[in-house]
Design a protein around this ligand. Sequence first.
Ligand code: MIG
Length: 503
Amino acid sequence: KSIPFFIVAKDEPQVCYGIFFDNTFHSYFDFGKESQDYYYFGSENGNLDYYVFTGNNMVEIVEQYTWLTGRMPLPQLWTLGYHQSRWGYDSEERFREIAAKLREHRIPCDSIHFDIDYMDAFKVFTWNQELFDDEKQMIADLRADGFKPVTIIDPGVKVEPGYDVYEEGMARGYFATTPDGDVYVNKVWPGDSVFPDFGQPAVRDWWADKQKYLIDLGIAGVWTDMNEPASFNGPLPDDLIFADEERITTHAEMHNTYGHNMVKATFSGWRRHSDVRPFVITRACYAGSQKYTIAWTGDNHSIWSHLQMAIPQLCNLGLSGMSYAGTDVGGFGSDVTPELMARWVQVGCFSPFFRSHCAKFSANQEPWVMPPAVLDIFRKYVELRYQLLPYFYDATRACSLTGLPMMAPLVLFWQNDPNVRELNDEFMLGRDLLIAPVVEQGATKRLVYLPAGSWYDYWTHELFEGGQHIIADAPLDVCPIYVRAGTILPKYPLQQFVGEIPA
Ligand code: MIG
C-alpha cells in the first residue's frame, strides 16, 4: 500500500499540518534518519506535486486529506461480521464442513472466503469442476445458512489459447507490453501469465463486466490479491508499457496505482451488475482507494511481534484514509499457538475488518481446532463483536461522512497529551471505546493509559478518572476495554449471522 501522506504535529510553537505527495513513482521519505533537524521526501521521477493541509489539529488534517482523496462509501452491514478463511480449503466437501462446524460450535460468522484453489488451473473467472460437484448449488446452500461467499481474484491472466479472458484481452490489446510491443509474460499462480493494463478505461470496463460471472454465481464480494502487481520471476521491469487513462507511460509510473485501478474496475462492475453495496478487499492500493475497497495487511506471520504491529499498522491506515482494514487474524505464515490465537482474536474483533486467514502450509487455526478454553475465548469475542455491530456500523457511517478512522491511535484525539504520542498498544474504536489488548506472550496484566475524561471498565463497571496509568487484570480470556462515561452503547441480540434475528 503506497499512500504518500504524512502528518506533522508539534508543540512549540503549536503547529499541525499534513502533506500528501501525489507522485506515483518510486518515492522516499526520511523522517529524522539523516538528521534530527529536518525531514525530506522525494521521488525518482514525475512532478513535485504536493498538497499541504493546515488545521488546528490532526482531526482537521485527516478530514481535509479525505475530503481531497475521498471517503469510503457505506458498506453492507454483514461485512462487519466475522469472516472465516484459509488458503487450502479446496473442495466442496471442505467448504461445507467449515460452514457446518461454524454453526455447530456456535461461532457467529457471515462469510467464508474462497482462496485460489476454487479456480480451474488458477484461471480467473472460472471454477474448478473436479473439486466441486456443483458450485452454484453449494453457494446457494451456504447463503441459505447465512454465509456470504467471497472469492479471490488475481490480476494475472493465464496464457492459454482458447481461454476467453486471455483471448479477449489479447485481441483488444488489454495487456501490458514490453517497449518493443510484445505482450509481457511473467509467472504467477497459473504459470505463464499476462497483466491487464488497468490504467486504460477500456480495460477497467472489460474487467468490470467480468464481475458478472461471480455475481451470477451468487458470490458476495471480491478479494483482490497480488495486485502490486506481484510476480514470481522477479519484479515487472520499470520500462513495461502501461497507460494512465489516454496517456501512454510505463510501469515505473503505474506500479503504485495498479491495485487502485484494479479495485476501481472491480467496484464499478459490482455497481453495474449487482444491487448491493460493493464489497471489495485489496492487498495493494494508493491514496484514495478507500472509495472502492477495504484492505487487509497481507502476509504476516503467527508471531507476537506481528500481533503487536497490527495495531500501529491499522491505525496508520486509518489516518491515511484507508480505515476499513484488518490483519490476518491468527497470522498467515507459521503455526499459531492457542495463546497467540486467543490474543489475536481480541485484537481482530475490534479491528474494522475481522477475518481469520492463514497460509496453505500453516497449521489449521479454525476455532474448533483450539483447546476448549481457547475455543470459548474465540466464541466470547466473536459474540461481543456481533453484539456491538450497531456501534461498528455507526463508526463506518461516521467514517464515510468525515473520513475519520474507525480505529484510531489516541494521539488523534488527545494530541496535546505527551503520554499518548508513542502509544502503540491501545487504540480508540469509534469515539467511545478504548481497547487495550494484551499483545505480549505470557502477560496477564498490562499497563493502560487512560486519557482525559472518565472511563468505565467494560467488564467490571469500575469508574476511572483519565490522565493516569492503571494496571489492568487481563487473564487470557480478558481484553481490557474502557467505555467513555456518558456513552450509549447499542447492542444487538446475539445472532449467528447478520439478519438471523430481526433487530
Ligand atoms: O503467493 O492466494 O496475501 O492471503 O492466501 C501467495 C494465496 C498468494 C497471497 C495473499 C494470501 C493468499 C495467497 N496469496
